[in-house]
Each structure stands twice: as structure tokens, then as C-alpha cells.
Ligand binder design. Sequence first.
Ligand SMILES: Cc1cc2nc3c(=O)[nH]c(=O)nc-3n(C[C@H](O)[C@H](O)[C@H](O)COP(=O)(O)O)c2cc1C
Length: 344
Amino acid sequence: MYSLARKLLFTLSGETAHQLALEGLDAAARLHLVKPFVDQPVHAPVEVMGLTFPNAVGLAAGLDKNADHLAGLGQLGFGFIEVGTVTPRPQPGNPKPRLFRLPEQEAIINRMGFNNKGVEHLIEQVRQRRFDGVLGINLGKNLTTSVEKAVDDYLLGLEAVYPWADYVTVNISSPNTPGLRSLQYGEALMALLQPLKEAQARLADQHQRYVPLVVKVAPDMDEDELNSVAQTLRHLKLDGVIATNTTLDKSAVAGLRHGEEAGGLSGRPLTEKACLLTKQLAQALEGDLPIIGVGGISSAEDAVERIKAGASLIQLYTGFIYQGPKLVQDCAEALAFVRGPQGQ
Ligand SMILES: Cc1cc2nc3c(=O)[nH]c(=O)nc-3n(C[C@H](O)[C@H](O)[C@H](O)COP(=O)(O)O)c2cc1C
């Protein structure tokens, strides 16, 4: 079923296909036509960051930036869904075309640039809560906010989404917002995360509910940089880390159609790099923070490898675009098997 839909959708431009597929999915969900076509979601609960995830497979940020499609996506067997990246104010993102498929490599290059409808719209969507799994909300900064003032945008975002999120992600690793990745290093990381941790403590008190705060990092770091990030996260007692975002290293797709497009590369060419980074991160964190592994997971074997590398949960994006809901099911079943009946 998905391979037929994919054949039709892949005749369209990347972004149009994504939009049509999501709208079609929503319409099918409204007509109760999704559940009969997908297997029962895998029930293999995992406890991470004090939350119970129905299974260990999540949808990565960026596919449902505005939380407009939770009703449909929520029926595809994901244990958790991360919506966003959302910024305080709506913004259009980069000019189109900005999303390119590289089917030979099951890869995508994108330079979307945080196109989204703003945090107020997202809250309107998530307050209707049409998903039973764990809901993450991924925050970014507006393009017009300088990198020096980025913390203000993240604080605004955190304050607004706190009552509606099960966990909140601080995204400082998208390659398509100029200067954003510089926030991952040294003093800048400390100066960003410390006020966010303080705000989290205040909000937990105010709402009588602790919402874990996680940071999403890029794969393009050397070991020293990674160790320094890990030490800051441990020092500030962040609750988790998502590894990784897309890569700027496009050597694996050189010479292919669209291989030279500007933006971040995701999918199969990222598998090894993201897995290695997960391993190094797990060593540097020494178990203090859980890792959510993402990047090039395109098979049940990849999912198992990522857990073996040190991740506690995984997320899918590009693999899901190419393979559809079957990949969610395959990964969730494989991880349930690896962890055993206690979810360990
Ligand atoms: C079209 C597209 C848009 C994305 N948008 C976001 C985003 O808004 N925020 C974010 O944190 N990651 C975003 N990502 C990155 C994914 O969440 C994921 O980290 C990355 O693609 C690696 O996983 P994959 O190889 O399974 O796709 C985006 C990825 C793609 C392909």
C-alpha cells in the first residue's frame, strides 16, 4: 500500500509530496481508514527520563513542524512523536525548492530554515491532544533574533509549551539557521542552557510537573568538541540528548543528482556517522543522561545497532519517508525483542 502511494508521491516535488501525504493521512484518520491498514502498535514500554514510552520508536522533529498532523501520525505505531521545530513567531523559512530527495541513497538534503506557524498555533494544536504516546516539542529561534539573543527565544518557547509537552527539545543543531550551531560550544552552550534549566525548575514548581529538557546536537563534531558538550550537559544536569541532526558532510552523495544542494543531509549516508557519535557520546556521558538516537536509521538492524551504541530510544525521519509505517513496526518489534519482556 505504502509503496504504491510512494510511487505516486515521488513523481511530485519533495515538499509537495510531504504535504499531500500528511493531508491524505489526516483525511484517512478522520474516516477511520488508517488503523485497518497498519498493524497494531507494538506495546513494549520503556522508562526514560521518568516518562513511560509505549515503545522505543519515535518520529523525529521536522515532519510535523506545527503539530497539524498528530491525529494521522499518531495512528502509525510511534511510541513518541516530536513536533516542531517551532519558533516564538511564525516565519516562512527559506525560498523553495528547499527539500531534495536522493532516492539512490535513500537520502534527503533539506534547507527548510525553520518554516513554521509560530508557537501559539502549535499550542492550539497540541492542547487537543490527539495522540496517546509521549509528545516532545522541539524549540528553535527566529531567524530575525540574533544568536546573542537566542536564549530569549528559547525561554519564550519553553514558557509557552511547558504545560503541553511531555519533554522539550532545545534544537541548536539545525544547519539552516545561520550561526545556530555555534551555540553548541563552550561558553555559549553554558550561557544558553543555564537560564533554561533555571526556568525549567521555576516552571516545574509553578505547574507541579517536571518536564524533561533535552538538547539536540549535530553529527559534525570532533571528539574534543563532543566531550566538551557532554561535560556541559552533565554539569547542568540536562535530562537527555538527541543525537543527531542532519550533516553538512555531503561527500557520500557527491556526483549524485541534487548531491551538491546546500543544506543538511539525512538518511542512509548518515547512519555510520550518527552511530559512531552515539557511541562516543555514551562513553563521555557515562550513563548520566540518556541518548535518543536518530540519523540514518533505515532498518530494524540499524535500530538495534543504535541501541547497542548506547541510545535508550530511537527516532526516524528519512527512513520513514522512504519506507513508511512498516519501518516503525519493524524497528519497534526488533527493539522489544532485544530489550526483553521488562523493557530493559
Ligand atoms: C525535511 C527535513 C526537515 C527537518 N526539520 C527539522 C526540524 O525542524 N528540527 C529538527 O530538530 N530536526 C529537523 N530535521 C532533522 C531530523 O529530525 C533528523 O534529526 C535527521 O533528519 C536525521 O535523521 P534521519 O536520517 O532519520 O532523517 C529535519 C530533517 C528533514 C529531512
